[in-house]
Design a protein. Structure first.
Length: 640
C-alpha cells in the first residue's frame, strides 16, 4: 500500500538544539506493512469513530452551546474539551501525510465550532467561566483547564506545521497570550493538577518563535513541587507537587501526569540550556525504566490512583498500564533520544509502541482498551457496541468510555507515528525504527540522503536499505541494533561488516542502487523477571523480536491459571508470529478449606487425582490478545 503525501514542514517535536534532528514528516513516507496499514485504518476508521461518538454524546456540542452565551447542561466530565482537541490534532497530522477533501471539510467545520466558544480575552473552556458555571481557575487540582488548553495548543501546532497556519492557530495564539498574562512572572502563582500545558507551550514557542511561551512553560515547571495544589488522599506526589522536578530521582504519582511533566521539562531544559534539569529527567527515566516499568513498556501499577507503584511493584493481574501512559512514555523517550542520540530511548519506544500502545485498539479500530493488564483471571464481558462503558468495568475492548482519553490519544499517535522512525544530523541519517518506508531528506549542508527501507518488522529481522538516488557526498547511515538482539550481521554492497554495540554506521557516498542489509536474528526467547518483582517470581515470559507474547485460554482450551511450564522449556519458533511452548495443564481439585497446605518445599501443583496433561500450545502477540472473544490470558507463566 502506498500513501500519498504532501510536504510537511515539521513533526510534533522540533527542538532548537540536540544531538539529532527530527525529519520533516514529508521526508519519510510509509509505503506498506504494519504501520502503514494501521495509519490507513486510523484515517479510514479510528478518526471517524472518535468523531461519531463525541458528536453523539454531546462533547463536540458543548462548543456550540457555549458559543450561544445561554445556560446549558455540559456533556461529559470537565476535560472532554481535550478529546476534541486531540481529534483535531489527529486530523491535522493525517491531512499532512494524506490529503483528503472530506476529512479537510470535517476538520474545518469542527475548528469553527471550537473557535466560536472562545471568549473575547482568549480564554477557552466549555466547563468554566460562565455565570452559571464554576469560575475560571477555581479548581486547579481537578478542573483540567490548562491541561485541556495544552491539547488545543498541540493541535494548533500540528496545523501550523502541516498547513502553515489557519483558524485554529489564531485561536491557540490568542489563548496562549491570555495564559502569559494570567500566569506569567507577575501573574497568578499556580500550576495545573494535570501537566500537559508545559510541552504544548514550548512547542508553540518553537513553532512561532515567540519566546514568551517557552518562558511560561519554564515557570510552570519551576513552580511544580512546592505544594501549590491542595493535599489529597493520594498525597502530593499524585500531582508531582511534592518534590521540585530538579530534585526528583524517579517518576512517581499519576503516571500520565508524571510523564507529560517530564516531557515538558526536557523541552524546557533544551530551549533554555538548563543542563541540571535535563540530567534530572534523564535520571528519572533511567530509574523508572529499571524499577517501575512492565515488560511491555507499560507504566502505572495502581488502578486507584492510576499511579506508579513502589520500586519493583509490578503485579501483572493488577496492572493499570494505561494506554495514555504508554503514549506519554514515548513522548518522553523521543525527546531524550533527540537530545542525546542514545539508542536506549529508541529501544524503549519500540517495545512500548508494539506492546503497550498497540494492545489498545481492536483489530478493526472500533474498540479500545483503556487499561492494559498482563494477566486476565476471568473471561471478559463483551461490551455493547452502542453504549458508553465505565472504564473500570471494561474487561474487553469497548467502543467508548465515560473518560475516553485513550482512543483520541491513540489516533493522534498513529497519524504521525512515522515521526519517530528516523532522524538526521550534520553528517548523516539515523534509522531508529524499521518497517516499509521511503526516506528522501538532506543532511549537513545539502547532501542528499534518499533510501528505500524494506522489512517485515516486527516479524522478520531483515532490514534492506537501498539508495534511491546518488548522495553526491558522504552520508553516515546509522542503523539501530535492538537491545534484545544477538548475532546481528551487516552486508554493505555485498561486503560483510562487523556488528558491535547498539548501532552500526555505514559512511560512504551512496550511488543509486547501493544496498545495505542489516540482519537481526528474530528468535523466540524465554525472559525471566527480576527476583525483586514479587508478583512474578518463579515465572517466565516469552518474547520474539520486539514482541511480548501471551497465553490465551482460546488456544489452551483450559483456564490459564492451571498451567505451568517445565523448567527447561524452550519456545518453538515457527517463524512470523507462530510461537509455541510446552506446558502442563493441571487438573487440580478445588480446595474445601483454606487454599494452603503444610509443607517445607514448593507446592506440588500436580498433586491431584489426575495427572497433568502435557501439550504444546500456541502463544499470541500480547497486543493481539482479546480479539477472538472472551478469554483468560497471562504473559508470565509459572515454572513447574
Amino acid at each position: 500500500m502506498t500513501i500519498t503525501h504532501t510536504t510537511v514542514a515539521a513533526g510534533p517535536v522540533v527542538p532548537s538544539t540536540g544531538a539529532l534532528r527530527p525529519l520533516p514528516l514529508g521526508d519519510l513516507r510509509l509505503t506498506g506493512g504494519y504501520w502503514a496499514d494501521w495509519q490507513q485504518r486510523n484515517a479510514d476508521t479510528v478518526i471517524r469513530h472518535c468523531e461519531t461518538w463525541m458528536e453523539r454524546i454531546g462533547w463536540t456540542g458543548n462548543f456550540d452551546a457555549a458559543a450561544t452565551g445561554e445556560p446549558f447542561d455540559h456533556a461529559g466530565i470537565e476535560f472532554v474539551d481535550s478529546e476534541v482537541y486531540k481529534l483535531l490534532e489527529a486530523m491535522a497530522w493525517q491531512l499532512g501525510v494524506q490529503p483528503d477533501d472530506d476529512l479537510a471539510e470535517r476538520y474545518d467545520r469542527l475548528v469553527e465550532r471550537v473557535a466560536g466558544a472562545q471568549d473575547a480575552d482568549g480564554y477557552l473552556h466549555t466547563s468554566f467561566g460562565r455565570p452559571w458555571q464554576r469560575p475560571r481557575w477555581s479548581d486547579m487540582e481537578w478542573g483540567h483547564e490548562l491541561y485541556s488548553m495544552g491539547h488545543l495548543i498541540q493541535a494548533a501546532v500540528a496545523r501550523l506545521r502541516t498547513a502553515g497556519g489557519g483558524r485554529l492557530v489564531d485561536v491557540a495564539v490568542r489563548l496562549a497570550d491570555h495564559l502569559v498574562e494570567v500566569f506569567g512572572t507577575d501573574g497568578r502563582e499556580a500550576v495545573c493538577g494535570h501537566p500537559e500545558i508545559e510541552p504544548a507551550l514550548v512547542e508553540l514557542g518553537r513553532a512561532t518563535g515567540d519566546r514568551r511561551y517557552v518562558d511560561l512553560a519554564r515557570t510552570f515547571v519551576d513552580r511544580r513541587g512546592h505544594g501549590l495544589l491542595a493535599p489529597i488522599e493520594y498525597g502530593q506526589e499524585y500531582f508531582q507537587d511534592d518534590v521540585p522536578v530538579r530534585d526528583a530521582d524517579v517518576l512517581r504519582g499519576h503516571a500520565v501526569r508524571a510523564l507529560y511533566l517530564a516531557a515538558g521539562a526536557v523541552d524546557v531544559a533544551v530551549e533554555t540550556g538548563d543542563a541540571d534539569l535535563l540530567r534530572a529527567v534523564e535520571t528519572q527515566w533511567a530509574n523508572t525504566v529499571a524499577k517501575r516499568t512492565y515488560l511491555t513498556g507499560a507504566m502505572g501499577a495502581h488502578h486507584q490512583d492510576e499511579a506508579f507503584g513502589a520500586d519493583f511493584e509490578l503485579p501483572p493481574d493488577r496492572e493499570y498500564g494505561e494506554t495514555c501512559a504508554a503514549i506519554a512514555s514515548n513522548m518522553l523517550s523521543w525527546r531524550l533520544l533527540l537530545e542525546t542520540g542514545e539508542s536506549k530511548y529508541a529501544d524503549l519506544i519500540e517495545r512500548t509502541l508494539y506492546n503497550a500502545v498497540m494492545v489498545a485498539p481492536r483489530e478493526d479500530g472500533r474498540a479500545f482498551f483503556y487499561a492494559n493488564t498482563m494477566h486476565q483471571r476471568v473471561e471478559g464481558t463483551v461490551p455493547p457496541e452502542d453504549e458508553v462503558v465505565r472504564r473500570a468495568l471494561s474487561s474487553l475492548r469497548a467502543p467508548w468510555f465515560e473518560v475516553s482519553c485513550c482512543p483520541t490519544n491513540l489516533s493522534r499517535t498513529l497519524a504521525n507515528v512515522q515521526s519517530v522512525f528516523a532522524t538526521v544530523s550534520d553528517d548523516g541519517l539515523q534509522l531508529h525504527q524499521y518497517g516499509d518506508y521511503e526516506v528522501d531528506t538532506v543532511v549537513g549542508d545539502g547532501t542528499r540522503a534518499a533510501f528505500s527501507v524494506r522489512s517485515d518488522w516486527p516479524y522478520s529481522g531483515t532490514v534492506e536499505v537501498v539508495a534511491t538516488a546518488d548522495s553526491k557526498g558522504p552520508v553516515a547511515l546509522r542503523l539501530r541494533v535492538p537491545c534484545w538482539s544477538s548475532g546481528a550481521t551487516l552486508d554493505v554492497v555485498d561486503q560483510a561488516v562487523p556488528v558491535e554495540g547498539d548501532t552500526v554506521t555505514v559512511t560512504r557516498s551512496f550511488t543509486a542502487g547501493d544496498r545495505v542489509v542489516l540482519d537481526v536474528p528474530v528468535r523466540a526467547r524465554v525472559t525471566v523477571p527480576d527476583v525483586r518483582i514479587d508478583a512474578v517470581r518463579g515465572t517466565v515470559a516469552v518474547e520474539r523480536g520486539p514482541l511480548v507474547y501471551a497465553l490465551e485460554s482460546t488456544d489452551l482450551g483450559a483456564d490459564v491459571r492451571d498451567v505451568t511450564v517445565p523448567a527447561d522449556a524452550e519456545p518453538v519458533d515457527g517463524g512470523s508470529d507462530d510461537v509455541r511452548i510446552a506446558v502442563r495443564v493441571h487438573a487440580v481439585p478445588e480446595p474445601t478449606s483454606l487454599p494452603y497446605r503444610e509443607g517445607a518445599g514448593p507446592a506440588d501443583r500436580a498433586s491431584s487425582a489426575q495427572p497433568a496433561e502435557s501439550r504444546t500450545v500456541r502463544l499470541v502477540p500480547y497486543a493481539s490478545w482479546g480479539n477472538r472473544g472472551p478469554s483468560t490470558m497471562r504473559v508470565f507463566i509459572p515454572v513447574e
